[in-house]
Structures are given as C-alpha cells and as structure tokens.
Design a protein around this ligand. Sequence first.
Ligand code: BG6
Length: 520
Amino acid sequence: MTTIQMSVRPEDLSRVPQGHERIPDAGLLVIFGASGDLTKRKLMPALFHLEQTGLLPGNFAIVGVARRPLGGEFAADMRAGIVAFGGVEASDPKLDDFVGRISYFALKFDDPSDYAGLKAELERIDKDRGIAGHRLFYLATAPEFFAGIIENLGAQGMAQPEQGQTAVVIEKPFGHDLESARELNRQVNAVFQESQVFRIDHYLGKETVQNILVFRFANGIFEPIWNRNYIDHMQITAAETLGIEGRGPFYEKAGALRDVVQNHMMELLSFVTMEPPSSFEAESVRREKVKVWRAIPPIPILNAVRGQYGPGVVDGQRVVGYRDEERVNPESGTETYAALRLEIENWRWAGVPIYLRAGKRLKKQATEISIQFKQPPLLIFNRMAASSPCQEIQPNLLTIRIQPDEGIALRFGAKVPTSPNMDVCPVNMDFDYAAAFGKSSANGYERLLLDAMLGDQTLFSHRDGVETTWALYTPILEAWAAKRPEVFPNYFAGKWGPECSDRLLERDGRAWRNDLGRKA
Ligand code: BG6
C-alpha cells in the first residue's frame, strides 16, 4: 500500500506557547507499596522527567512506604530504576538532588499502630522542607490493602488535615466486580471526599489517548461523519506479545477482562464514542463518558469469548503456555484473551457494532482503534481487470495507533496511474507522532502524577464510571466463573487468538484487522 506521510511545519510548532505549564505549589508524595515494580519502573522515572522539565516544585519530597525494612537501600534502588527505565544518564546533574529527596518508611499496611509513626515522620519531612501540608497518598499496593490504608489514614486525621491540600491516588484494579467496586467506593468516600480521589488508569495519561479528543473535537471535518450514517463498525485491539511477566498470582485472579478490558479498553471506547463535552474539565468529560457507557445494553454471553495461550513462538522465541508460567495453576481456567461485540444504544451509534479484543502472547504488540466507514452507495469502479493489483475497492479506514508507532492513518482509494480501467488502489495518509513532533509519547504517568498534584481530575475515573463499567462486565465474569472453558488452552502463543474470536466477527460477515501497525 502506498503511504503519504504527514508532517508538522516547524513554524507551526514554534507558535505553540511554551512555559505556560502549571507547577504544583509544594508536595509530599507518599507511595504505599513502594517496593513493587511500578514505583521503580514507572513512577520514579516519570517523576524525574517532571523534575528535568522543571515541572516539580522545589519543596517536593517522596516517601516510599512498604513492609520490608529497606532504609537507605530504597533511594539507591530508585536511582537505579530511573536510569534503567527512564532513559536517564547516571551522570545527570539533577539526579543527586532528586534522589536526596526520597526516603523510606517501613510499615505494615494493616497494622493501625504503625500509622502514628508515619504521621510523625511525614510531619517532620513537611517541616524540614516547607511543604505546608500538601500531600498526595499513592496506593500502589495489592488491592486488598486499599481499604485498610484509607481507613488508617482517616483514623490518624491525615485525610482531612487542617493545613494544605490532601488527595489519594488509587491504582487499578479498583474492585474485582461491581459489588467490590461499590464497597471500595463506599470505604474511600467515608474518609476522602470524591474531589480528593484520583482513580488512576494510566491509559488516560498517554498522549495518543488524549489526542483522540483533540482529533475529534479540535477538527471540524471528522465529527459530522462520526456516527451511524457513515461508520460501518469499529474494532479496538489491545494486543500484547508479552506474557504475564512473572505476575502469576495477580493474573490468576484477574484475567484479561478485568486486567485491561473493564478499564483501559473502556476508556478508549469512551473517548472514541462520547458526545463532545462542553469543556475540557473534569465534570464535563466524566459526565459524557458515563453517559456513553450507560448506553451500552447488557452484552449477551454469546458475544463474549475467551481464550488462553498455549506454548508457541513469539518474536522468534519459544515460550511456554500460560499454564506452565510460574505460580500459575496447571489447570487454570483464567482467560489471557477476551473479545466482545457490543453496541451503544443512542442516536449516534445505534446499530454500529463495536468489537473489542485484548490478549497476551499474541502475534504483534499493538493497541489500535480502527474505524471502518461505509462503502459509497454505488461502486462504479468496482470492475477490475484480472491483472489489477487491487481485487476490490476497500472501504475507508481510519486507524488510531495508540502504541507503538503512535499515529493516525486514513486509508482511501486512489486511481492507479496510467490504468485504463480506472483501477483503484488503497493508499494511506499517515500521521506519525514521532516523525512529526520528533518525540515519542511519555509513559502516561508524568501527566497523571502532575494532574493529581494539581488537583485536576479530568483524566481520572469517577466513582460512577467505575461502577458503570463493572456493571457491564460483572454478568460476563459470573457466567465465565460458573462454566469452565471447555478447551483451554485454545490458541498458540504468537498467533492472533482463538478461533471463537474470529467467529464472533464472521457471524456479522466481518473479520478482525490483523495488519496492525504503521504501513511503511
Ligand atoms: C496493565 C496490565 O494495567 O496494563 C498489564 O495490568 C498490561 O497486564 C498493561 O500489560 C498494558 O499497558 P501498556 O501501557 O503497556 O499498554
């Protein structure tokens, strides 16, 4: 396929105002579960990038909280993480000062008597650094500790202090079904007001995800055709070549539907289908998201399929099947792949099927949204010579590449030059983020950490939102739990998932798009 590149003119880029970023006043970031991978691989590199770009206040400090007695080792380990996972030079002149602001406090999450000591320690750091009581508590522990930590913070008066702004960031998973999400919301809101609660979904921090809103609502030409009159169907794919990366016990309880569909994929779906919010502010954006999620009728169980990978070859490497992964039940019924067909019952989308699929150990690493438009009403050029390079006219396709190869492509038909038969060949107009702007997107946490420190909830989930998405998926999870899958594993690692997933689309006379990624 021929591709036309699209670029940004340097003079346009130079007109984007610089230096208008908001910087929080001061802050003490307290990370619970700080000895886990997330802190070292994602949070610390993101915080250091904020420091490098001058977006952290001078009076800022980080306290890691976990069970192990780590002491000074912790800061050293975080430095190593920033260098290894943040693409930072070990000799970076800002690194020493930054690491000097990291400390550690050992605490048993479920032991109330440890929290008085934590409070005293935070007050000491606050005073030393002139932080004026501005605190962000970040819960990155196993989810079973969330409620206890929140209750203990409340009991110590740390949730509603007399001085400064306090907020809590809660990592996913937020509950494991509707009932548990409701209960957690109740526990959280008994201690923190909703305006202090930041339920994080790192997908919302991705530039390409935020760009969906810019693409739709900062351009006049797409919105008029963004509806059932012009769109045939949509496919949203989150395909990973990775397996479960040593997270057996977590994944055994989660599975693909809980791990990525109920949260990340639903966020993508909402951005691509919601009505234009009246402003880019938390309340308006959240209201529109919940409205579109609520317009999804219950998904018939026949429209939800699951899979589990067996052994296979991924990126040229032999890999074991899910059941042979470390700390996984050898007879596990957990799904590592899920696909669904759903519809949105509103005036914009009625009758437009939306297909979602997410899986581990698939053929290619790619998160993409593809929007297929309807064919023209009359195909006057669809009479190809046998020698034609293109067998039939392909419908227009808009592809939003969330990652990797971040960008957007529009496929349309063009006349093959010199062809006497008016042969039509698909070509691509391709916008590539890295080529146009010279930088690839950050890991998502930078923007979200900064927003949480600034108290901006636009890119975080509201309690109604999480309950709505859980309400949609809980019946499927229950039906799956009640009936063990007949044939698991049902796809080879390195392939495109189970056959039942193909049939989900075949029933509608469609097929999954498997040529994901940028067309060079
Ligand atoms: C996490 C899931 O939330 O998202 C992982 O727990 C998954 O299983 C990851 O691999 C995907 O995130 P990203 O940013 O790599 O697409």
